[in-house]
Design a protein. Structure first.
Length: 415
């Protein structure tokens, strides 16, 4: 039992450290890259980056189960630490080569995709069923707290202190690697039989996901929620890049802010509101008409981000983020309650692995939007973003009757 408790504490420390430092840097890297390279080239490379992340996630899930989770995580974290060190060297005060930085971001995306399923599985491996609800709640709070801290610090330091932030990232990544190698104990024992050709392992991996992708209702649910979620992800991509390039310096309370600072403020505002209001959302929504609330919250959410994607007025951006955050805390628990009715018990982990790919899909949508925005006016890009969110709502409406045929489920935090 002491081993389990020790592993959990280490994993929570690791999550907080990596997420806090990462959110000081990575949400702003699209702005950095677009400022040094051709935006059209950047968008193509971002799309490639996302596709590689999806492939790496599926491959990492299979490798972790087949060959050992700690081995995979330690190897990927080691490679990622080296990539961060290279990024720091090539972004030092006397030397900046954005092409190298972009290459290291690709390596980071692949490593993150590889370790994602293994990290989730290991958290389950080192916890008991009675502990998991509390652990997942703690992980949720730690993630959001680190996003709030990291985004705010990064917004005001990224422009002038990127090298120092990258050094902090290298040190943090090395500490995390040491924690994993030295202190983490992996209770999972992979199958003894690991031999076989690459082709055989590929067939086994594809077979393990075949039934999941054959579930039409589940796949359409993942796609529809990804389309709506992409509205929020645009903040770190198209919206952030547009604000950095077009927003004039404005006075907001006691500060003069520009586009990068505004992006960090909006991310921090959203996180603080979501963390605070989520405490009351589930209780407030009980005995309400969930479907009506879901449609209204989605419409408000999409509409709010449509305004955010177009305006450069600081106070209007802050106001619209308040509205979008309110809609988000209403929308998410209802979405999770519907999701709980989808995975069959015997294949729950496989369903969760595929469900996690919706984040990669949203990044792909954002990358395509950045590419298109280089050819069309801002209004057309905003219209495209709005239509994407609307398509998600319509798609979910189409599959709604299928949920009535699934077992009923209450609110869950399993996703």
């Amino acid at each position: 039992m002491s081993i389990i408790h020790n592993n959990i504490k280490i994993r929570l420390i690791e999550i907080f450290l990596s997420s806090t430092i990462g959110n000081m840097i990575f949400p702003f890297m699209s702005i950095y890259i677009s400022g040094h390279l051709n935006p059209k080239l950047v968008s193509v490379l971002l799309i490639t980056n996302v596709i590689l992340g999806i492939a790496a996630s599926l491959l990492g899930g299979y490798i972790g189960d087949r060959f050992g989770r700690k081995r995979l995580i330690a190897a990927a974290e080691g490679v990622r630490c080296i990539a961060f060190a290279v990024m720091a060297v090539w972004n030092s005060p006397d030397l900046t080569i954005p092409e190298v930085t972009l290459g290291m971001l690709v390596i980071h995306a692949v490593c993150s995709g590889m370790v994602g399923p293994a990290n989730q599985a290991m958290l389950i491996d080192v916890s008991t069923p009675e502990q998991r609800k509390g652990i997942y709640s703690m992980v949720y709070w730690i993630n959001n707290l680190s996003i709030a801290i990291g985004s705010l610090i990064g917004a005001f330091m990224f422009r002038e202190y990127l090298f120092e932030l990258l050094l902090a990232l290298v040190i943090t990544s090395f500490i995390i690697w040491l924690l994993i190698v030295v202190l983490i104990q992996d209770p999972y024992k992979p199958p003894v039989e690991q031999q076989g050709t690459a082709g055989r392992h590929l067939r086994l991996m594809l077979s393990s996901y075949k039934d999941v992708f054959a579930d039409r209702t589940f796949i359409l649910f993942v796609v529809s929620t990804a389309l709506v979620l992409s509205m929020e992800f645009h903040l770190s991509h198209y919206i952030g890049m547009r604000l950095a390039g077009e927003m004039p310096e404005q006075r907001l309370l006691w500060w003069n802010i520009r586009g990068i600072e505004m992006t960090g403020i909006l991310r921090t505002e959203n996180t603080i509101l979501v963390v605070t209001l989520a405490l009351f959302a589930a209780q407030t929504l009980r005995r309400r008409n969930e479907r009506t609330i879901l449609w209204l919250s989605w419409i408000v959410f999409v509409g709010s981000y449509a305004v955010i994607s177009y305006t450069t007025q600081a106070w209007l951006l802050v106001l619209m983020m308040v509205v979008a955050s309110l809609a988000e805390v209403v929308r998410v628990p209802i979405e999770q309650s519907y999701f709980a009715s989808l995975p069959p018990e015997h294949a729950r982990s496989s369903y969760l692995a595929v469900s996690s790919l919706k984040h990669n899909l949203t990044l792909l949508i954002c990358s395509v939007t950045v590419f298109i925005s280089t050819y069309v006016p801002d209004f057309v890009t905003t219209l495209l973003i709005t239509l994407t969110g609307t398509a998600g709502i319509v798609m979910f409406m189409r599959i709604m009757p299928a949920f009535d045929q699934r077992p009923a489920a209450g609110y869950t935090s399993s996703q």
